[in-house]
Design a protein around this ligand. Sequence first.
Ligand SMILES: [Zn+2]
Length: 187
Amino acid sequence: MILIDNGHGAETPGKRSPDGRLLEWQWTRRVARRIVDGLKARGFDARLLVPEDSDVPLRERVARANAIEGDILLVSIHANAAGRGEWKQARGWSAFVARNASDASKRIASLLAKEAERRGMAVRRPAPGQDFWVQNLAICRDTRCPAVLTENLFMDNREDLKAMLSEEGIEAITETHINALSSYSSL
Ligand SMILES: [Zn+2]
């Protein structure tokens, strides 16, 4: 089963574009639903970790994932921000795994980054040739399954935001996940 986590809920304050046109919780729900639908259309058992709109605490999300029996993998969908409400220069797409990440998590992160690049997104790398970042992320660290977090462009960069609000941009982001996760799950 492929679990898609759509992160923050409606009560999360502050996580929005400087002009207020994009709210992270709303946007990630839209993207996550499209990824789940796309994976289902390809015959995969895909589900939303957080079907509700409200905030579900990280600990509860981890517990939900860990309660599922069998082979699962998890991707947590986010929108990046470099500042605190003002426009910034940083832009691009990036994948993260936890410090204790399994080889499977790293393989999935790599597939996602390569697919994002193929779809024309600027992939941010910690070093040349390295497809993902390593960070202390609870959703990846505390879940027992392979887990990756994706930061899908910067909502406080004007060009990235334009892409995030366009059908082409959303398509590139959703197809990145659908293709990479299908190819991993078909192995
Ligand atoms: Zn986030």
